[in-house]
Design a protein around this ligand. Structure first.
Ligand SMILES: C[S@@+](CC[C@H](N)C(=O)[O-])C[C@H]1O[C@@H](n2cnc3c(N)ncnc32)[C@H](O)[C@@H]1O
Length: 421
């Protein structure tokens, strides 16, 4: 497939010129010019389409055991985990143009991606068995509630969440009443707004919607070399005996080290992340591009900043790592200075991770194969991985939930007998 022309690849994927332009973030006019041979497409664009064709060739599942919807989908980390547990995604919502681009590149044979969830009527979302949402956490305003109180109207937890994105999760759950859901959020959701946010969430899910809930904070460090604690909230429509505390996660103390995700220099060069090593006498295939090495100016600034805060007895400063260590949490702000995860280099300033290394740190690529297609700039890629989930953690939860999900689906199809009095 490496010698295929741009139009061969596009046609193989079944995309119109407009579709291809949208995925690659160029104008349809540019695509027409490539196809007419007026200008050459960059290698990176051909690489993206080639990877998509290969991904599709690996074969898609023909039969699924249950269906799910992917809300606040980002780049599809939760989806990947649930697909590996036998689920089929039937609806996606994500409003960020660049996250949609990455999502679409990695899930090419798919339904259209819906945008702003607040604008979508629950009735327009297909039936599903499981709802997934890593919803952004916003403070729940009390103002609206007090107004309602003043009008003498009773208010519930659902009312309290009005105007927040969690409210959209609630109204979709209320309409469809799927067998189960998985919500994911930052660990301090529990203490957010003096505990009010979490109380509202739990109250609405348990008391108003009647779901049986279990929650647990899990550190992804058992799976990838990154300390990343997230709270997971699982709900089942009926009591099925599922408890997140009974799920076995890999031990964070014995997880892998950074060397497992850093570029191994015998890998073939990839886009601009790693380059062919031209040094005389070198027997390596590739080296990490110097663009990831901090400039003298930035490195001096980070060291001075850390020293100032250390002297005052606060702050961590930067996180400088060697391959035998694990890293701090990758944040969506990593593109700014990369200070939370820096890799020490011999005789040079430290460097940031490349987007490919970030994909591995979030568990997107299994066995170091560059499966994840990254069709966006480094800045966008860092934001997207920093917002995402550790895929194997989701996979572990999905596989643990699966028997209970299937149990409820079977129960739904059996006739119900009322006990005769
Ligand atoms: C914390 S990230 C979730 C990432 C996802 N779990 C993943 O694995 O990549 C939250 C996502 O919600 C999206 N989002 C925020 N508000 C939205 C809205 N009103 N409608 C649709 N998507 C929204 C953001 O663009 C962001 O990608």
């Amino acid at each position: 497939m490496t010698d295929a022309t741009f139009s061969d690849l596009r046609e193989n994927l079944g995309y119109s010129v407009e579709d291809a332009a949208d995925i690659l973030g160029v104008s349809p006019k540019t695509v027409y010019r490539w196809e007419k041979g007026e200008i050459e497409p960059k290698k990176a664009y051909l690489h993206i389409l080639t990877s998509m064709v290969e991904q599709r060739r690996k074969g898609r599942k023909t039969r699924s055991d249950f269906t799910f919807i992917d809300l606040f989908a980002g780049i599809g980390g939760m989806r990947k985990g649930f697909e590996s547990a036998g689920g089929e995604c039937v609806f996606t919502s994500e409003w960020d143009k660049y996250a949609r681009k990455t999502y679409r590149a990695n899930f090419p044979d798919d339904h259209p991606i819906a945008g702003d969830i607040t604008e979508i009527d629950a009735a327009d979302i297909p039936r599903h068995d499981v709802l997934l949402a890593g919803f952004p956490c916003q403070p729940f305003s009390i103002a609206g509630v007090s107004k309602k109180n003043a009008l003498g109207r009773a208010h519930g937890f659902m009312d309290k969440a009005q105007g927040t994105l969690f409210f959209d999760v609630l109204r979709i759950l209320k309409h469809h009443q799927p067998a189960a859901f998985l919500l994911e959020n930052v660990k301090n959701l529990v203490s957010h707004n003096k505990g009010d946010t979490f109380r509202t969430i739990m109250g609405a899910l348990e008391n108003e919607l009647g779901y049986k809930i279990t929650t647990r904070v899990v550190d992804g460090k058992g799976y990838t070399p990154q300390h990343r604690e997230r709270i997971y909230i699982v709900g089942f429509r009926e009591e099925v005996g599922f408890n997140l505390e009974n799920v076995t996660f890999r031990n964070p103390k014995t997880g892998p080290k950074l060397e497992s995700i850093l570029h191994d220099l015998s890998e073939p060069p990839e886009i601009h992340y790693t380059l062919a090593d031209e040094a005389p006498g070198s027997n390596r295939n590739s080296v990490v591009n110097d663009k990831y090495t901090l400039t003298d100016h930035l490195w001096a600034y980070l060291q001075a900043y850390a020293a100032k805060h250390k002297a005052r007895g606060n702050g961590f400063g930067f996180g400088l790592n060697t391959p035998d260590q694990t890293s701090r949490t990758l944040s969506a702000r990593y593109y700014k200075d990369g200070s939370e995860i820096l890799i020490a280099q011999d005789g040079k300033n430290p460097r940031r991770l490349t987007p490919r290394e970030c994909a591995r740190l979030m568990g997107f690529d299994s066995n170091r194969k560059p499966d994840m297609i990254i069709p966006v700039s480094d800045t966008r890629a860092y934001q997207q991985f920093g917002n995402s989930v550790v895929v194997p953690v989701i996979e572990t939860i999905a596989k643990a939930m699966r028997p209970s999900i299937l149990g409820l689906l079977v129960a739904d199809t059996l006739p119900r007998f009322e006990a005769a009095e």
